[in-house]
Design a protein around this ligand. Structure first.
Ligand code: UD1
Ligand code: CA
Length: 463
């Protein structure tokens, strides 16, 4: 069956008080509107038309040609908004799913359930409903004596009695496409808000003797609409717990789900443990048997099986199998760590490859470097990669040993198995198996410490 989708996203979203268009605000790292589109894709909806108005250009550049667009220049109501999609979808036979761009928690499963009920019952419209303890602000479902849905009444048009109804319109619908546009032509704006309500087509269908079905979701969160920043953070919290439960169900241990922030697109292998205060963001991929956190912020990075990351920041970094990172490491974009590598405390790495078995255990900076296998980079060693204008490369070959507090002034090459003595400032290449020392020779004056101290003390007393 031909299933189409219309997504309403033309409203201003005034209460967000934001330069960013409301439906583009991210929830767990993904714009609200994309959550809704993904739910439509997941339930087999084909052609999708996004109705744009305010912020149209921003929405278009965010979604590209993933969808078609219909322009609603004036926001005259949700019924009017769907009608502007008529030139694109009007002539089609099939079912049209209508959703709002500001309900990010809607799931593909509910849309599927709605579609199935819709097909089996031969309804003209099937809508998603939910039962709310506090339904303030939402459209109420008015049912007749026989229990069938008669109409939807908006809060502002409710009688006192209707206000008490707890079953609400979640804002997701399946319609017979032709009947939808026929009914929309008859909707008027004779109501408290002076708007053309999409919800009025329900009453029109019933008067015409058509079947209307309600599909009541067991999870009222799905109907959660975001209109301001308070609701945005609440949607984020609900989505976060949902994402975390998904990973837990697949065998990931999350020690404290309330303080673990995992974006929608992240993957995690089984038996990995995520400790509190950890954010896994963007396109991060984590393997099995890893230990991640506490207090780590990992963006667009790949971490292979058995690796550990503690108290660290990773941005576009790749961490190989069984490699350990942190505590307090900063892996910047372009960091590629092999297997069994050790990166310790206060180490910063940028645009560098560090091959299997190598160690950078403490207080080091490695930038624009290619580091081979089984290399040891000592405490306080740094690559001097930048002269204020250009960046230069450092190459450290397999098995080399770089002592503590060494400056490697790039471009420079440290050969296989070479040994760079602690405290050296290296400006010339060091060959295979060579030893390099580049520092002042030490002078020691026998017993002179006592003389020096006596002189310094006398000086202080004179002043
Ligand atoms: C709507 C429903 C209400 C339901 C609630 C669920 C109507 C009349 N009411 O109310 O029954 O309980 O959603 O969240 O449909 N939009 C346009 N163009 C317009 C007007 C709105 O594109 O001219 C878009 C908005 O950007 C928004 C969506 O439609 O994404 C819903 O509009 P909104 O004004 O938020 O409707 P509600 O008052 O929440
Ligand atoms: Ca809304």
């Amino acid at each position: 069956m031909n299933v189409m989708g219309v997504i309403l996203a033309a409203g201003l979203g005034k209460r967000m008080k934001s330069k960013l268009h409301k439906v583009l605000h991210p929830v767990c790292g993904k714009p609200m509107l994309e959550h809704v589109l993904d739910a439509l894709d997941g339930s087999g909806v084909g052609r999708k038309v996004v109705v744009v108005g305010h912020g149209a250009d921003a929405v278009r550049s965010a979604l590209g040609d993933r969808v078609e667009y219909a322009m609603q220049s004036q926001q005259l109501g949700t019924g009017h908004a769907v009608r502007v999609a008529e030139p694109l979808l009007g002539g089609e036979d099939g079912v049209t799913v209508v959703v709002y761009g500001d309900t990010p928690l809607l799931t593909a499963r509910s849309i599927q359930g709605m579609l199935q009920l819709h097909r089996e019952s031969g309804a003209a419209a099937t809508l998603l409903t939910a039962v709310f303890g506090n339904p303030t602000g939402l459209g109420r479902i008015v049912r007749g004596a026989d229990g069938t849905i008669e109409r939807i009444v908006e809060e502002k048009d409710c009688s006192l009695e209707e206000r008490g109804i707890q079953e609400i319109n979640a804002g997701a619908y399946c319609f017979d496409n032709r009947k939808l546009f026929e009914a929309l032509a008859k909707v008027t704006n004779d109501n408290a808000q002076g708007e053309y309500y999409l919800t009025d087509v329900i009453g029109l269908f019933r008067s015409a003797g058509d079947i209307v079905q309600g599909y009541c979701t067991s999870d009222p969160d799905e109907a959660f609409g975001v209109n301001d920043r308070i609701a945005l953070s609440e949607a984020e919290r609900l989505m976060r717990l949902r994402i975390n439960r998904g990973h837990q169900a697949e065998g990931v241990t999350i020690v404290d789900p309330a303080s673990t922030y995992i974006d929608a697109g992240v993957t995690i292998g089984s038996d990995t443990v995520i400790y509190p205060g950890t954010a896994l963001r963007g396109r991060t991929r984590i393997g099995s048997d890893c230990a991640i956190g506490p207090n780590s912020d990992i963006l667009d990075s790949t971490i292979e099986d058995g690796a550990t990351v503690k108290h660290s920041v990773l941005d576009k970094a790749a961490v190989g199998q069984r490699t350990s990172v942190g505590p307090f490491a900063n892996l910047r974009p372009g960091t590629r760590l092999g297997k069994d590598v050790k990166i310790g405390d206060f180490v910063e790495i940028k645009s560098s490859t560090i091959d299997d078995g190598s160690k950078v255990s403490h207080l080091a900076y490695v930038g624009d470097a290619r580091v081979g296998k089984d290399v040891n980079i000592g405490c306080g060693a740094i690559t001097v990669n930048y002269d204020g204008f250009s960046k230069f490369e450092t190459v450290i070959e397999d098995g080399a040993f770089v002592g503590s507090n060494v400056n490697l002034v790039a471009p420079v090459n440290i050969g296989k198995g070479a040994f760079v003595v602690a405290g050296s400032t290296i400006t010339q290449d060091v060959g295979e198996d060579d030893m390099a020392i580049a520092r002042e020779r030490q002078t020691t004056k026998k017993g002179y410490a006592k003389t020096l101290k006596a002189r310094l003390k006398a000086q202080k007393n004179r002043n």
